[in-house]
Structure formats: structure tokens, C-alpha cells
Design a protein around this ligand. Sequence first.
Ligand code: TRP
Ligand code: ZN
Length: 486
Amino acid sequence: MDQRTPAAPAVPAAPLGTAATATVTALALLLLVGCAADAAEHGTRGAAGVGDRYFPRLGNGGYDVQHYGLTLDYAPSTGRLKGTAEITARATQDLSSFNLDFAGMTVDSVTVGGRRATVHRSGTELTLRPRAGLTRGETFRTVVRYSGVPRRITDPDESHEGWLRRGDRAVGLGEPTGSMAWFPGNHHPSDKASYDIRITVPEGVKAISNGELRSERTSAGRTAFAWHSAEPMASYLATVAIGPYKTHEVKRKEKRKEGTKGQAAVPVVPLYTAVDPTVAEDGAELLAELPGIIDWETKTFGPYPFSSAGVIIGREDDSEYALETQTKPFLPGPTSVGTLVHEVAHQWFGNSVTPRTWQDMWLNEGFAEYAEWLWEEHTNDIPVQRSFDEAYADDDNWAFPPARPPSAANISDSPVYGRGAMVLHRVRVAVGDKAFFRIVRGWLRTYRHGNVSTDDFTAYVEKESGQDLRGVWDAWLYGDSRPTVI
Ligand code: TRP
Ligand code: ZN
């Protein structure tokens, strides 16, 4: 891999002067010309980050990815991954160079538009300079070949993500920055794309990813799984889980159950499930809940947003938390039903309607937590108001306003979840039940497969309710202290 050499500005040799001023002038001229060349270059250089308040270097400017085609080959015994990432993107400005986010591994070669590009790596920034500049509006294809043992990433809050390897098993988890450990890309939630993920593993081992299984082919003792995700996906939701999983596919063509008056009683999309054999029994019990959860959430929130659903149930030591990986949440073992309800709710809140920045993550977690409260009422007769009261009484939820975590180390803290859910409940109290659920479904319909900010949310709720809810936002969303409930 060659390092990019800094562009040397072409400066005419300064005429030999006798006075010191001439030298100074020449030097100044040289500096000026240097700066001008630099500025011209800056003008068409894609930014190294999208300016996320918590992760300023995450994502990149100047292009918009449409599709990722990942072809991966994994050897569980050594932990080695060989990958090819084919990235189809559209230039949103003229580009002399652009960046990808990538952590660890080795870059073996890069082409842009079929021609070798020069590569420069610095930290998690991969800067690519195509042979010819790209023009605004142009669609171009970048192919990165890479290899190595992908790394585990430690988050600012000390939790772990990225490539998590346990013996012969491995899982790629990406919230908020982990996906850069196993493929190069534009790793900010604001740039969603469709995906084709192909993974080859030794015969007998399973490789599960997002979306639908297009093919599974074995030859010479190795099996290639091809997974397709047509709907846009933020890169933090991409996953592959490799291990001795027991997999199951339920094709869902039947839409109606007798006597449900046209309501979809079972999911209308295929279900793909994968369960680690060591947790088969409890796993099966949890799996049995999945169709009912999807069905109830579909009735509550509106149409399921993807072409398939499912879940991956791994082992307890696979990861430190569950993650709502798109179409198939990853669970480290058979978790509580509440956790499954939470991760499935993220398919609507977070995966279809995705935060514009990490600051807006309370829109994911507040809604997913609120879904758990609704489920408790629906199945166990625990009133939502009681869940609210418990959250209200919990001091941890009042450490900061939900859309203002003090630092990147706090983006998964209690206020983002508990206080986020409280905000939603206070909206419900203000607008009434009927309007609340109408607004929630409208929100999901309006921003389906898009990105949203906190301002989008408050504006939408006010417009749709016809109410000025400044009091709710000031006290529950933005206020520093616990408001009095009257
Ligand atoms: N966002 C995940 C969920 O709510 C949980 C999660 C992902 C998490 N990364 C984390 C929790 C890091 C704590 C720390 O389903
Ligand atoms: Zn969550």
C-alpha cells in the first residue's frame, strides 16, 4: 500500500535577490502559492467527518453511499478475515479525494472506477485519491480489498463492539462505531444504503447477516452464505454472526388468521432465526414469542418496515448487550421477553426512522423503552403510568436531558432510555391517547427509511397535534432538573 505524497506546489524559482526583503517576499510568495494550492485542493477534498457532536470524525463528506457489496471469507480457527468491499456512491460535490472510515486490518488494494487509487491511512481515516477527480452528481464504484484479524473496539463508555470473537464464534456489532472494524465505509447513521453481504465459512458453520438469504452454496468444504438487504440500513446496524448456529426459516405467505377481521395476525414477512445450540431450550421458548411481538408491534406502530424479520440468539459471553441489528436483533443468549420487545421495536424506531446524529439517539431508545412499557400493560396488566412513575423516581434518569448527553461516554446512559420514554409519555398525556398513537404512526410513515433529528420530532408532534407543546419540551426534554408532576 503506497502512502500518498503531499502535493508539492509548483513554484517558480525565486529570482536571486540581493536584499533580504527579496528573500522575505519570495518566501511569502512561496507560502501564498502553497496555501492557494492547498485551498484549491481543500475545495474538492471530501471532509473527514460529518461533524457529529459526539464523534466528529465519524462518517465522511462529499458523497452518499447507495450500496455496499461485502464479500467476506472468515477462518474461525485463526480469526482471519479476508474482505472485498464494493461501495457504490454518488458524489455530492467535486472530489479530488475522499475518505472512508476503517479501523485495523490491512488494506491490500483500492480501485475507484476500476483504476488504482492512492491510499493514505491515518487513525481510522482512509483517504482515497482516485486517478481522475470525481464530478458532483457522478455515481462511482470503489473496491477495497482488505485482510487481517479484525479488532474489537472499546467505546468511550468502556463497552465493546466491532469484531467480537469467542473461540470459533464471532459477531460483528456496530453501535455506534464498531462496523469500521470489519468493513470500510461511511460509518455515520446519516448515510444509509442497501447491502449485499456474502460470507464464506467452513462447512458446518453458519454465517448469519441482515436481510434475506439469497443463496447458500457449499464447495470444497466451505459454505458461502449470501444475504440481501434491499431497504436502507445505517452501517451501525449491519452484522454478521458466525458459529454453530441452528437456523430456521419460516416463509410467511399466509397473512390472515380466522376471525381477526383483516388484521395481520402473523408477520407477513419471512422470519429467519438462529440459535446457539447450547441455549436451544430457553432459546426456543423466546423464539416462540417473536411472531406475537412482531404482530403486536405492527398493530401498534404500523407496517413492519423490512422485507424480513428474525433474531440471532448467541451465547452470554458473545457480547455485553443486545443490539437491534437490522431485521435480526443480536441477543447474547436468551434474554428477557422485554429485551426482545425492545430490540424488535427498534426496527421501527432507529432502523427505519434513524437518528440524524448520535445526539438524536434518545428517539431510538426512548421509543424502544416505551414499547416495553406498552408491552407490560398489554401482556401483564402493568399500567404504563406505573412504569413512568418508576422511571420518574429513579435518580439515574435525571443525570442529564435525553438529547444532551454530556459526552460520548454517556450516549447509552439511563436518561437516553428512561427519560426519553418519559418525554413520550408526557406527549401522550398532553395530546390524548388517540392523537398520540395517530402521531406515532404518522411519524413512522412520514420518515420511513429516513433520518430524523430531535427538532424534526418536536415540529412534527406540534404540527400534527395542533398544540403548542413548549411546556412539555422545556420541562421533560430539555430541562436540567426533575419537573414536578401535577
Ligand atoms: N442500543 C442497544 C439497545 O438498546 C444497547 C447498546 C448498544 C449499548 N451499545 C451499547 C448499551 C453500549 C450500553 C453500552 O438495544
Ligand atoms: Zn435500545
